[in-house]
Design a protein around this ligand. Structure first.
Ligand SMILES: [Zn+2]
Length: 430
């Protein structure tokens, strides 16, 4: 799985970027520009943006823009990290390198784990659902070694992933479910196949953020997937050209065909150890390194509807909430609250206990043992529910759990709004 050949960013793009930065900080402002490789490589990994207003890291020197032009000065000006922000984000002078391995697990992964173990360093593996399905034991080995597992989509197919956001989402959730079945937890870290540049538009960034995911690009590229058979010496060279970055997110691959990355790895680790870096896994608390929106993003994407966002994106964020918030429900003119523990989040759905919920709304539930169905009566609505009716209804002990959305819809009160406030969830139905 080799990424597209590198995109050459031209001075015009830099000018636009600088202008965008200078006119007042759009949400997806430019965090910095860096040039990881030698000047003659004539390629640029990407322009880094960050999702917040603050910058994620210190920019490395730029050497590619014409030094004498005003364009260059504007770009340089945009690279200066404001002092208070630098102080705030750096926290200390600690230098950290985040080794990341994409496209595995494969038959090379065990070798990578052995090396990491030998040097007692931790790394992050952005795995493919397809690969994880074939080698669940390797996913467990990664976890057991104290490394982090991130989501890298199911099959890495750009055409599918970057056609529409809902296709990308489908692969993220599919992979998440595979990993959850293996490890018992959902990965919150996501890396876009090929990186976000030229792939993510603002919708992709913002919906992934709203859904609770942390999307990580990189700021140093080992170049190990620039083409097939990149020699280990080249990988070592590029992996260590980090321009003095304090926080290095290093892109490498442990997918099939990357034997030379494994060969280069010991020397890469030794380099960063010698430079005084500590090694850590990425976590949701690490400020994401993200490329800016740009490049040849596919056109004519279908924007997800508000209804789709309400049912897929908004509830998803609760999956990564450490606290369980109360759920305030308004339906048919009645208001009630389900406290944490009185409802569940499952696959981005609110699942509620049928009898409790209906009684609170003033409805009635009766069980018909002959038909094996529960009958729900509420106002003019009437609904028959059978346990294990797909994903929407399941029984647990004596309780029938049902998707809140399906329940209300079935009773003629479709959900019109799902919102998350500081003090809890709000679900409004007609
Ligand atoms: Zn990849």
């Amino acid at each position: 799985m080799y990424r597209k050949s590198w995109i050459v960013i031209m001075a015009a793009a830099a000018l636009l970027a600088a202008a965008a930065f200078l006119v007042g900080g759009p949400a997806w402002g430019i965090g910095g520009v860096y040039k990881p490789n030698s000047a003659k490589a004539a390629s640029l990994t990407g322009l880094i943006g960050s999702t917040g207003s603050a910058q994620a890291f210190q920019a490395a020197p730029v050497s590619w823009a014409a030094q004498t032009s005003e364009v260059s000065q504007a770009v340089q000006a945009s690279l200066v990290t404001p002092a208070p922000l630098a102080a705030k984000t750096a926290g200390s002078n600690a230098k950290t390198v985040y080794l990341t391995f994409d496209d595995g697990p494969s038959k090379l992964t065990a070798g990578v784990l052995n090396i990491l173990n030998r040097y007692k360093v931790k790394a992050t593996f952005f795995v493919l659902g397809q690969q994880a399905q074939h080698s669940p034991e390797l996913i467990r080995q990664i976890e057991d070694g104290g490394h982090a597992v991130g989501n890298h989509s199911f099959d890495h197919n750009y055409d599918k992933l970057y056609h529409n956001f809902s296709d990308f989402w489908g692969q993220i959730k599919q992979t998440e479910e595979i990993l959850r079945n293996i490890t018992g937890s959902r990965p919150q870290l996501v890396r876009a196949p090929g990186g976000t540049y030229g792939h993510f538009d603002q919708t992709y960034f913002s919906l992934m953020d709203q859904a609770g995911y942390k999307v990580f690009d990189w700021n140093v590229d080992s170049g190990d997937s620039a083409r097939k058979g990149v020699p280990a010496s080249d990988i070592l060279k590029q992996a260590t050209e980090s321009g003095g970055l304090q926080q290095v997110v290093l892109l490498m691959h442990d997918g099939g065909g990357h034997e030379n990355t494994v060969k280069a790895l010991p020397k890469i680790i030794e380099y960063y150890q010698a430079k005084g870096y500590s090694f850590a896994t990425l976590t949701p608390d690490v400020k994401p390194v993200q490329f800016r929106v740009g490049g040849s993003i596919p056109q004519n994407r279908q924007e997800p509807s508000q209804a789709w966002i309400d049912s897929h994106i908004t509830p998803n964020a609760a999956l990564f909430d450490s606290r369980i918030l109360p759920l305030a429900l308004t339906a048919g003119g009645v208001q009630t609250v389900l406290n944490g523990g009185e409802y569940e989040m499952s696959g981005g759905r609110f699942m509620v206990p049928l009898r409790t919920t209906m009684e609170r709304l003033g409805g009635k539930v009766s069980w018909n043992p002959d038909s094996g169905q529960a009958e729900v009566k509420w106002g003019k609505g009437r609904l028959m529910l059978r346990p294990d009716q797909g994903l929407d209804v399941h029984s647990s002990g004596n309780t029938l759990w049902v998707s809140l959305r399906s329940l209300l819809e079935g009773l003629g009160h479709p959900v019109v709004k799902v919102a998350k406030a500081v003090d809890g969830w709000q679900v409004k139905a007609s």
